[in-house]
Design a protein. Structure first.
Length: 629
């Protein structure tokens, strides 16, 4: 795991005359790679690469950037390529010679054979950059499920990329303006979805895409081409035989976990006590040649502590188990997280992820996680609702719900959960799926943002773009919902959270359930193997019965949560209100103080819960004080 950055331009980068600015940009991501640093600058100063390394494979010889035999192509990468041994053997047989024993070098030689299609051979999590001095181009590639991040800035004359936004900001002459479109998307979803970032001019490379930036000296421009190299597909005959599917999943998941254990350092695992992480720990314990270290955190508040369930798995597999019962000061923690996320991010479970990463990083450099199981195998309640809402709803129930909404709108806020439940009766199955994830309605966003925000930004709907892609292919409603989550919620929320919080602690997190072989297999399953008689994530649980105590599998889903609702019904509400009303968001005319006062006042009402909204604004305010000051 590493931090990478670089750029290509039609004119020499003037600041490459001295090393200080490049060194500053590279070292801004030192937390991603504290073990080593490297750089490459072309002779004409029109291209460069920088690298910070967390040494995992080939500890002594894996220095980057790596150059080919002719010294005209140079690679730096972030992540791990799990099938590198097979690829290396095949490349050696085809006449390639290697300089290192590290996994990423195979990508450089595959690029030599197929510059646009080489990523299709790679199994793993990766963000790869290859400077081709002979062709005058830069190629960027991001892994299929978006496990590893990659950002870029392009102004027509140059392109600069990095693993984190701060790596790009280090080279820009001035701070870019805030993207109003991204701001609205953040308030709607709790995160900024790709390809947007909070800054105008800086974008995320979407998952499973390759970007080729080519220097055209005739037009004096950098021309870019972005295209997908992989597409998840739910079309085709579905596997419906439970026994066959369970055995196949067992085989594929064991192979994935085994490949994710590949390292020249010790590999541990984050253990929440839920189905997914418990199954990963169970398989890792049976496949590893050493005792696995496991790490868990819990909270003192009732209903938020899963430590007893994690202990059950740790005892069963005799792991070397570390746990911590934590208390968090959300104000101080969020101010630290802001500097690692670089843009607003309101998934409050990042607090818990950060703490368990801190615990794990004291003992290991690499940890497996259970992320991805819910999206691939339909573990969220919203998928069951999509399935249920496809059934006919009685006209009497519809009329009753409409009457309740009409009679209550004058009394309750549109944000009252009471009204939202009844309003949803008239929604289509996929509208319900969307409403489950929306944080702020357009009504509330308009109330919070100042009038300086243009109305036409209502039309930008990244969620709907993904949904329409799936609907056009006539996939089943549950599959449409899964596809949208795998393309947006998973990479831009869940995996962003895991990457930033773990990398803040110089810890590499690996996600065996998101190996693309598992994602593709899950897309081939019949819906009844995902949700069966009210049991969500059915097939994965049936497999887990072979490895995990049954009492862990069919208990109510808890998730990896922190008690923000309780915090914002108590002392945190007043502290947040004071911070926001005297803060930069109001002084910069970004947020409307009347909207803020409305939110604080309504949070005190028992039938409204705006804790997530307030947390989003608290994070946004801390972000503004760092990045807009």
């Amino acid at each position: 795991m590493c931090g990478i950055l670089g750029g290509i331009s039609v004119a020499p980068f003037s600041w490459l005359d001295g090393a200080e600015r490049l060194r500053h940009g590279i070292d801004s991501m030192s937390h991603r790679g504290p073990d080593d640093r490297g750089e490459f600058i072309s002779g004409n100063r029109r291209s460069f690469l920088g690298h910070r390394r967390l040494s995992i494979i080939d500890l002594e010889g894996g220095h980057q950037p790596i150059s080919d035999e002719a010294e005209c192509r140079h690679l730096c990468y972030n992540g791990e390529i799990y099938n590198y041994r097979e690829l290396r053997k095949a490349l050696l047989n085809r006449g390639h010679s290697f300089r290192t024993q590290t996994d990423g070098e195979v990508a450089l030689h595959l690029y030599e054979e197929d510059p646009l299609g080489f990523a299709q051979s790679l199994q793993g999590m990766f963000a790869i950059a290859i400077q081709d001095e002979e062709a005058g181009c830069l190629t960027l590639v991001r892994d299929r499920n978006g496990i590893k991040p990659l950002f870029y800035f392009w102004d027509g004359r140059s392109l600069i990329f990095a693993s984190e936004i701060k790596g790009i900001l280090a080279f820009l002459p001035e701070r870019p303006v805030v993207s109003q479109a991204a701001l609205r998307q953040y308030l709607r979803w709790k995160y900024v979805p790709a390809p947007l970032t909070i800054f105008e001019g800086i974008q995320k490379l979407p998952a499973a895409h390759v970007l080729r930036a080519e220097r055209n000296m005739k037009t004096r421009r950098i021309e870019i081409d972005i295209r997908p190299y992989w597409q998840l597909d739910y079309t085709g005959k579905k596997l419906a035989d439970e026994r066959e599917a369970t055995d196949l999943l067992d085989e594929k998941l064991r192979a994935s976990v085994k490949s994710h254990l590949e390292a020249d350092v010790e590999v541990g695992a984050l253990l929440s006590g839920g189905v997914d992480s418990s199954l990963v720990v169970a398989l890792a314990s049976t496949l590893s040649n050493r005792r696995i270290k496991t790490f868990s955190v819990g909270f003192k508040e009732a209903g938020f502590d899963q430590l007893p369930f994690a202990r059950m798995v740790a005892r069963k597999y005799d792991t070397d188990h570390y746990e911590e019962l934590v208390e968090l000061d959300p104000m101080s923690t969020v101010s630290r997280l802001v500097r690692h996320f670089d843009e607003p991010f309101a998934d409050s479970s990042a607090l818990a992820c950060y703490r368990v990463s801190q615990v794990a990083s004291n003992h290991v450099k690499v940890a497996l996680t259970g992320d991805g199981g819910d999206e691939s195998f339909a573990g969220y309640g919203r998928y069951e609702e999509v399935l249920d809402s496809a059934l006919p709803v009685s006209r009497r129930r519809q009329r009753l719900s409409r009457a309740i909404v009409l009679s209550s709108e004058a009394i309750f806020s549109p944000e009252a959960k009471y009204l939202k439940r009844h309003r949803a009766v008239s929604y289509s199955p996929l509208q319900r799926h969307e409403e489950h994830q929306v944080m702020c309605s357009h009504w509330l966003i308009d109330k919070l943002l100042t009038e300086s925000n243009p109305d036409d930004l209502h039309d930008l709907d990244i969620f709907d773009q993904h949904r329409q892609f799936a609907v056009d292919r006539d996939w089943a409603p549950v599959e449409v919902a899964q596809y949208v989550d795998l393309r947006m919620y998973l990479p831009d929320d869940i995996l962003t959270k895991v990457d930033r919080t773990s990398m803040a602690c110089s810890l590499e997190c690996r996600v065996p359930l998101l190996d693309h072989s598992i994602t593709e297999f899950s897309a081939s399953l019949a819906t009844e193997l995902k949700i069966h008689h009210g049991i969500r994530k059915y097939l994965l649980k049936r497999l887990a019965e072979r490895y995990v105590p049954r009492e862990l599998l069919y208990r109510p889903k808890m998730g990896f949560r922190v008690p923000i609702r309780r915090w914002f019904k108590r002392e945190l509400l007043g502290r947040t209100a004071d911070l926001l009303m005297d803060g930069m968001l109001v002084s910069r005319d970004i947020l409307n103080p009347r909207g803020l006062r409305w939110m604080v006042r309504h949070q005190r009402l028992p039938w409204i819960d705006l804790a997530s909204h307030l947390w989003a604004l608290l994070f946004l305010e801390h972000w503004a004080r760092v990045y807009l000051a």
